[in-house]
Design a protein around this ligand. Structure first.
Ligand code: ATP
Length: 278
């Protein structure tokens, strides 16, 4: 279980985490927020790659601000950063093996069997001897996930894991993360409201370093009830509308003349919330 209380972080004079509090339990929790909301900063603080200025983090009873406990916590978490550094000339096996060495898996036989295990978990056994530069984007992302799974961490922190994936790869990745969430705490950031609707039991929305929504994807959709409209003509007053695939206009907010109500989705709730909080 992960508890975050009143977390603050500034870069120079800029407040990026602004007294953020949150508790995260087993299953998949999605972190949604506009660019610059502080998602990566929060995930890096939790992954112990960045220190915070104030507040408290308690992960499995361990405090990352405390040096000894930080080391113990690192053994229990896996982190997929936003820009995982790929070494193009390494094979998939050697790359994960290299991370395993950094993670202090010193016994060679045990380490190699662990590398094979995580490659199998992300379905890359057949690519173990393939150079990273020859892997597709989806395979590289699964490889980055494989290194995060070394040592069977109880907490998985994934920063925009589906970015750049085509729809089929995204679906495969979602299935994989969903399976991982059955036995672990998974916290992932994303810009994709579809990922959240398809994958997350819980969604946390962040704006300017604070939590503005914490609930189920259905609950986020429900916040838009009575504020989603469909019409044949573009509304003249609204800022929040777009033309849908069937040529009708979807408007968020006040009812445009002649519009009929529509079923709200996660994206509608998110856009209204972020629009109001901005
Ligand atoms: N090392 C840094 N030094 C200075 N400012 C930074 C640094 N890292 C991030 N920032 C700033 O902090 C703010 C929050 O950035 P962060 O990357 O945490 O947001 P985010 O929600 O993950 O955004 P995105 O969705 O675009 O990845 C941004 O305004 C960013 O420019």
């Amino acid at each position: 279980m992960l508890h975050i209380h009143d977390l603050t972080k500034k870069y120079g004079g800029k407040q990026v985490l602004d007294g953020l509090s949150l508790s995260v339990g087993p299953g998949v929790t999605g972190l949604l927020g506009p660019n610059g909301a502080g998602k990566t900063t929060l995930l890096r603080c939790l992954a112990t790659t960045l220190s915070y200025d104030g507040g408290r983090v308690d992960a499995f009873g361990l405090d990352p601000a405390h040096a000894v406990q930080r080391t113990a916590l690192r053994r229990r978490l896996g982190y997929l950063p936003q820009d995982p550094g790929h070494y193009p000339h390494f094979t998939a096996f050697d790359l994960v093996d290299y991370v395993a060495i950094l993670k202090e898996l010193t016994d060679r036989k045990h380490r190699h069997s662990e590398v094979r295990r995580v490659l199998a978990e992300v379905d890359l056994t057949d690519q173990a001897r393939t150079k990273v530069r020859k892997l597709s984007g989806g395979m590289r992302q699964r490889l980055a996930l494989a290194q995060a799974l070394l040592g069977e961490p109880e907490l998985l922190i994934l920063d925009e894991p589906t970015v750049g994936l085509d729809p089929e790869q995204r679906m495969l990745f979602r299935a994989l993360v969903s399976r991982l969430g059955e036995s672990r705490t998974v916290l992932l950031s994303t810009h994709q409201t579809e990922d959240v609707a398809a994958l997350c039991e819980r969604v946390v929305t962040m704006v300017r370093g604070r939590v503005v929504f914490d609930g189920t994807p259905g609950g986020l959709a429900a916040t838009a009830a009575g504020q989603v409209w469909l019409s044949d003509r573009a509304p003249s007053e609204s800022r929040l509308f777009w033309r849908t695939a069937n040529g009708r206009y979807r408007t968020l907010g006040d009812r445009p003349p002649g519009a009929e109500p529509a079923e709200p989705g996660v994206e509608d709730g998110y856009l209204l919330l972020v629009g109001e909080a901005a």
